[in-house]
Design a protein around this ligand. Structure first.
Ligand SMILES: NC(=O)c1ccc[n+]([C@@H]2O[C@H](COP(=O)([O-])OP(=O)(O)OC[C@H]3O[C@@H](n4cnc5c(N)ncnc54)[C@H](OP(=O)(O)O)[C@@H]3O)[C@@H](O)[C@H]2O)c1
Length: 342
């Protein structure tokens, strides 16, 4: 039994892309039994076709149009990263009425609102569970689980690479450069770690979380960002003696902005990313290594907290797959309505 077949095109087939393929391979039976859908990754866009990958029968291409122009592909999954050309590809996919899933936080922080508006206009889905906190299913929890509540404050460790480096500095007494090098050797930091260590990666995720939690937009350039590069081993050792550990904390809350008169008051967001020295009483001080942690203070439920793998091809691939499943449900319903109308 195959049920309904939903074809997927991947833009990018690296860590996360291969995680998606693996997730489908592992869970296709469960998905078929629950939804009556067979998910098929038919093509994947890559730069270098000769690279070794575990992708079964997926056809690799270097031509984006092979995927974007394929009428059988209904779901485009962007896991290539970067602002361009991903932005152009996703705009084109949405304009063509395809559903889109992405894990690209930079793209979403910069262009998420515009892309979401195109998706709404075209009646398609743009989903991005993998873009924030990797394997922790936080966006759907905010959208559905907290639909009856209101988040007042966001506070979290949103970047696993810097958390690993800081944990190494505390636990092994290493200096910043040495801890960074170790993170690179262990595969937790990229060869160019700029986005992580400057705090930009965490800031992108904070922008997305603000959109979801507050339904307000904060431009990325308005987030106050300070990374971990200036930290010294001596400073960390001294604070450790006083019972405090450094954490790269991203936090945001809504404030009422007053301009010239009370009638001009409107809501805005204060958002920042920077190193904070936390004592053992702070819940975030116990989020160590590559883990991420998020605390949301809500009006009705009070403080809620999540901790878990914030990155990794399989964990993030699973989050991306949860979006694909969500879309597949919609596609199947639309097909059955279409069949009934014929
Ligand atoms: N890795 C994680 O743990 C994680 C977690 C959360 C979110 N994300 C996000 O997920 C996305 C993918 O991350 P990743 O770790 O999977 O990256 P990656 O391993 O570097 O994979 C990127 C893939 O995209 C392809 N690609 C890049 N630029 C391309 C271009 N211009 N044309 C055609 N193909 C191109 C690469 O092709 P080649 O293989 O031929 O080089 C590669 O297959 C990023 O937006 C990242 O921020 C990653």
């Amino acid at each position: 039994m195959q049920g309904n077949i939903v074809k997927i095109g991947l833009l990018g087939c690296g860590n996360v892309g291969q995680g998606v393929v693996k997730g489908i391979e592992l869970h296709s039976n469960k998905i078929l039994c629950k939804l009556g859908v067979t998910l098929v990754v038919s093509k994947a866009l890559v730069q270098d076709i000769s690279k070794e990958r575990t992708i079964g029968g997926v056809v690799l291409t270097q031509q984006p149009q092979d995927i974007l122009d394929d009428p059988e592909i209904e779901v485009i999954v962007e896991v290539m990263g970067g602002e361009y050309p991903a932005y152009f590809y996703l705009k084109e996919a949405l304009a063509k009425g395809k559903h889109v899933v992405t894990a690209n936080k930079l793209l979403l922080a910069l262009h998420g609102t515009e892309l979401q508006a195109i998706a709404r206009r075209k009646g398609t889905c743009l989903l991005y569970e993998g873009s924030v906190l990797g394997g922790i299913p936080i966006l759907r929890t905010i959208q559905h689980g907290l639909a009856g509540d209101q988040v007042k404050r966001i506070r979290g460790i949103l970047n696993g690479t810097t958390n690993y480096i800081l944990t190494q500095m505390v636990e092994s007494g290493k200096g910043y450069e040495e801890a960074l090098q170790e993170a690179q050797e262990a595969g937790y930091a990229e060869s160019d770690p700029t986005m992580d260590v400057t705090g930009l990666d965490a800031a992108c995720k904070l922008v997305i979380l603000c959109r979801e939690c507050f339904e307000l937009e904060i431009p990325l350039e308005e987030v106050e960002i300070k990374g971990i590069q200036g930290l010294t081993g001596e400073e960390v050792a001294e604070q450790k003696r006083q019972g405090r550990v450094p954490k790269l904390v991203a936090e945001a809350s809504v404030v009422e902005k007053s301009s010239s008169g009370p009638e001009k008051r409107r809501e805005g967001i204060i958002a920042k990313v920077g190193v904070q020295w936390l004592s053992g009483e702070a819940i975030l001080s116990h989020v160590s290594g590559v883990d991420n942690g998020l605390s949301l203070e809500t009006q009705l439920a009070g403080e809620l907290f999540w901790k878990g793998p914030g990155a990794g091809g399989l964990a993030t691939g699973g989050a991306v797959l949860s979006d694909i499943v969500e879309i597949a449900k919609k596609v199947v319903i639309e097909r059955s309505i279409g069949n009934a109308a014929r």
